[in-house]
Design a protein around this ligand. Structure first.
Ligand code: FRU
Length: 930
């Protein structure tokens, strides 16, 4: 890029240099010539100028400036001063009068300006050169000529030019010298004509009238002679009076014409010298030799030679005209030449610019090409690098995922042993044990719970990381909730003499929050505070509204050991490992708290000073606009809510019952059979041994075998782990629930996976209950009993439903069970008249074995299929007895009894009344007979 710019600069410099050199060629030899002319008003001087200009045109380097003095010496002085100021290269002066002009000409000359005097002189020799005729000689010539013309005798009137001008003085002197040989030739009078025709014309008549006998008028120039002549218009004497003048100009009113016309007797040629002046100026300016005095020749023109002179002058005039024409042509040619030259310059410049631009374009094209190539190479490199990075990132992600998975699985694995630790510990704590052992057991429980808390936090992190952590908020009074969370800490506070205080600036405030998560946060903050606050310290929990009343602020403040600035800066960084990381707890709790707060669209911050204390503040937005629809759940059932403290420690969805609860004696002792499908040997054995107290227990170490067992024994309840080899718990449940034989069996799923999704999966598979490890055995037992109780209630329900209408209308039971009951009812109803209708027929029709039908009937309705058939016949009979005109025998056959006697016995056994007695009773009594 730099190089290309240099190219352009070089080009521009070249063009400028070229242009200036062209114009300098013209400019360098330009000379300014200032010409101070005494007057421009007469033909003689006009002729002079013409000549000068013509001559100057041959020398284009000469520039001529003419200033007209208008016959005023003062004006002329001014002009010359201007020329001096202007620093002209050469000064030409034709002084109006000698004396007044002399000083200024001297000044110019002294300042080094060459001065050429023309026609008239100054009174000093401070000038470079003079061009003009010798006025004294011409005057003398005229004197001699006049004397001859007058033949040695005559009176002369002399018409003077300006008396201060040198030609007038010299011509006068010369004339007097010329006539001096002739004493009878006399100048009798003088007229002041000032070189002007009109002046002479005006003044002459008066003088002439005084000298009417004068013979000749001697005028210093032709125009004054003509003026004098004209002034005598109409006078007789005019004809004999002779007129002599000077100048002898060619042209219409020039002296030559006047001589030819006989108005003048003679004129003396006085050359204007225009050509000579310019030649002289040229020489001076070009430092060429020149003469100081350049005297122009003169001659007399009278009747004898006027013709030749005129012819010659005409010739000269026409030649001059020719020259002028040629000059004009040359000027035109020069103009054309100049235009063409300018055009040529423009073309050359354009060409140079085009060449430069072309070169630049080629250069930049090449440059761009190269840059493009380099860029493409770079691009390729970057692309390769990006791909490599992507591959590496994918690998890292995979490795990370695998690590996290492993890590989660390990965490899961912790839960089973923890259940096994906590179960016996709970049991031990409930039994009569020594104080020492109780203390130990409490220590074991406390540490197992602590370990559980860590495992849970780790798993929460995994969920947060996988964006699986979901907010499940419901609207509750936050003040009440905080009090509930804080309350269990009161004992600890009392014990350690710590002042624990809740300051609620609002009595009640309804906030949408996830109880589980806020509980964890508060529990974590409080645990930290208690950990670092010494005896007699203070822990304060402040609940208030934000200034804008859009948030609720919760502050947990302690007077503990405080944190270092670096610990404060990294308080919420889970990867931060301070030297003394003990002061930040596990390092996970705060980071997790922050994530939970973020999920709530709130903020958490910490202010701490070493040895003074720490203050955590978090806020939660009010209202529910910030929450997604799926983040709001209905208020959970009070009975299902977990007590905050325990949840804070154990944070899973069921409660470890406190040891004060006493196990109720089993009502269902050995009546029910439970199948335990669990791959963990210890847990399986633990469950089997415990459940065996109350139930018949069958176990299976994996899913497929468990399933087989279920089909074989049709248990009353199944406890199944979710994570099982080969066939997992969800599959087992789904298969059990899909099968008519087992669909009625309640299934409890055991798992360490406590996320909502897993629960939903479990429920979708058909599980009746979801219990998360670690669990309390007592809790599990209660749930087992509860489910079995429900099953019994269901039996009553089915029975009553069948009793009333023989049809099951409710939607409460599981669909398959409903179908089963319906199918059985429909088959029995349809074949009621069939005396031979047996359980076998029904089982066959249902596509099930007799045993399965028997067990299912037993489980769902509490009696066998045969009993059900008999019951149905009797219920139908009762109905017919009430509503039909049929007699007892007809009814007996109608409902499928083989004989009326058997019908009567069966009816009496069932209803404690014979059919005939029943028929005779009022319909109102019917309701008592169920
Ligand atoms: C022109 C003129 C001429 C004369 C000359 C003398 O201005 O008057 O007629 O010869 O000047 O300076």
């Amino acid at each position: 890029m730099m190089a290309s710019k240099q190219w352009i600069y070089a080009g521009i410099v070249l063009i400028v240099a070229f242009l200036t050199s062209c114009s300098q060629e013209e400019e360098s030899h330009k000379f300014t010539i200032g010409f101070s002319q005494c007057t421009e008003g007469d033909a003689w001087r006009k002729a002079m100028h013409k000549e000068m200009e013509r001559e100057a045109s041959f020398h284009p380097e000469l520039s001529l400036q003419i200033k007209d003095g208008k016959n005023s010496s003062a004006t002329q002085v001014k002009h010359i001063k201007k020329f001096i100021e202007q620093k002209v290269d050469l000064l030409i002066v034709s002084p109006n009068e000698s004396e007044p002009i002399t000083p200024v000409v001297e000044e110019a000359f002294e300042k080094g300006i060459p001065v050429i005097l023309v026609d008239r002189k100054i009174s000093s020799s401070s000038y470079s050169a003079y061009v003009g005729a010798d006025n004294f000689q011409i005057g003398k010539l005229a004197g001699e000529y006049v004397s001859n013309l007058l033949k040695g005798e005559g009176k002369i009137i002399e018409v003077w030019g300006l008396q201060g001008s040198s030609p007038a003085i010299e011509r006068h002197r010369g004339f007097l010298e010329g006539i001096s040989q002739y004493p009878e030739v006399k100048v009798v009078a003088e007229v002041k004509g000032d070189w002007e025709k009109e002046v002479a014309k005006k003044r002459f008549p008066a003088v002439f009238l005084q000298h009417p006998k004068a013979d000749l008028v001697f005028a210093h120039n032709d125009v004054m002679a003509m003026g004098s002549y004209e002034s005598l218009h109409g006078l007789k004497q005019k004809n004999r009076l002779k007129f002599i003048g000077f100048d002898g100009l060619a042209g219409p009113n020039g002296g030559l014409q006047l001589v030819e016309d006989g108005i003048l007797d003679a004129t003396f040629l006085y050359p204007t010298g225009g050509e000579e002046i310019i030649q002289l100026a040229y020489n001076i300016l070009h430092n060429q030799p020149y003469k100081k005095e350049n005297i122009l020749n003169s001659t007399v023109i009278d009747g004898r030679n006027v013709h030749i002179m005129k012819q010659q002058s005409n010739k000269i005039l026409s030649q001059e005209e020719n020259i002028n024409r040629q000059q004009n042509k040359i000027s035109e040619q020069i103009k054309i030449y100049n235009n063409q030259r300018t055009l040529l310059y423009v073309l050359i410049i354009s060409l140079v610019i085009i060449i430069i631009l072309g070169a630049y374009a080629v250069y930049s094209l090449r440059l761009r090409h190269e840059t493009n190539r380099a860029l493409m190479a770079k691009n390729r490199e970057i692309l390769e690098q990006r791909n490599e990075i992507a591959v590496m990132a994918k690998k890292a992600e995979k490795a990370n995922e695998a690590k996290l998975k492993f890590f989660t699985n390990i965490s899961h694995e912790f839960r089973t042993p923890l259940t096994l630790i906590l179960g016996p510990v709970e049991d031990a704590l409930q039994s009569n044990i020594s104080t020492v052992l109780r203390k130990d057991m409490l220590l074991v429980r406390q540490n197992a719970l602590r370990l559980l808390k860590l495992v849970n936090q780790l798993m929460d992190f995994r969920k947060v990381e996988r964006k699986k952590m979901r907010l499940q908020t419901s609207e509750s009074d936050l003040v009440k909730f905080v009090k509930e969370v804080v309350q269990p800490f009161e004992r600890l506070a009392r014990k350690r003499h710590i002042q624990l205080k809740i300051i609620a600036r609002v009595k009640e405030i309804n906030v949408y929050f996830d109880k589980d998560k806020i509980d964890k946060i508060l529990f974590n903050l409080l645990s930290n505070s208690f950990k670092f606050t010494k005896e007699n310290g203070r822990i304060t929990i402040l609940i208030e509204l934000s200034e804008d009343r859009n948030h609720v602020l919760i502050t947990v403040e302690d007077t503990g050991k405080g944190m270092t600035p670096s610990q404060v800066a990294n308080a919420f960084d889970r990867f931060y490992t301070a030297e003394d990381n003990a002061s930040l707890g596990t390092g996970l709790g705060l980071a997790l708290s922050k994530e939970f707060i973020k999920l709530h669209h709130g903020e958490i911050s910490v202010v701490s000073k070493e040895r003074e204390g720490t203050r955590f503040i978090f806020n939660l937005p009010l209202g529910k606009e910030h929450l997604k629809e799926e983040e709001i759940i209905m208020e959970p059932n009070k009975s299902e809510q977990s007590a905050p403290l325990i949840a804070g420690v154990l944070d899973f969805d069921q409660v470890l019952f406190s040891g004060t609860q006493v196990q109720e004696p089993s009502e269902t002792a050995k009546e029910h059979t439970i199948l335990v499908i669990e791959d963990n040997k210890e847990l399986r054995e633990f469950l089997v041994s415990r459940l065996a107290t109350d139930f018949n227990v069958v176990d299976a170490p994996q899913g497929a075998f468990g399933l087989q067992q279920a089909f074989d024994i049709i248990p009353d309840l199944i406890i199944c782990d979710v994570t099982l080899p080969q066939k997992d718990g969800l599959e087992v449940t789904a298969m059990l629930k899909k099968d008519m034989r087992t669909s009625h069996i309640p299934v409890i799923l055991l798992t360490a996976k406590d996320s909502l999704e897993y629960k939903i999966d479990g429920i979708q598979a058909g599980a009746d209950l979801y219990v998360t490890k670690p669990f309390s055995y007592l809790y599990l037992l209660e749930r087992v009993k509860g489910l079995l109780r429900n099953r019994d209630l269901l039996k009553v329900y089915y029975n009553s439903a069948i009793a009333v209408d023989t049809k099951v209308q409710t939607a409460q039971p599981k669909q398959l069970d409903k179908k089963f009951i319906n199918d059985v009812a429909a088959l029995v109803e349809k074949n009621l008249q069939n005396t031979d209708l047996s359980a076998n027929d029904i089982a066959e029709n249902l596509g099930m074995s007799r045993v399965h039908v028997y067990r299912k009937m037993k489980a769902l309705l509490g009696y066998s299929l045969n009993d059900y058939i008999v019951n149905t016949r009797l219920k139908k009979a009762r109905h017919l007895l009430l509503s039909s005109q049929m007699n007892i025998s007809e009814i007996a056959y109608e409902v499928g009894f083989s004989s009326p006697a058997y019908f009567s016995t069966a009816f009496k056994n069932h209803f404690n009344m014979s059919p005939s007695d029943f028929k005779s009773t009022r319909p109102g009594k019917e309701k008592n007979l169920v």
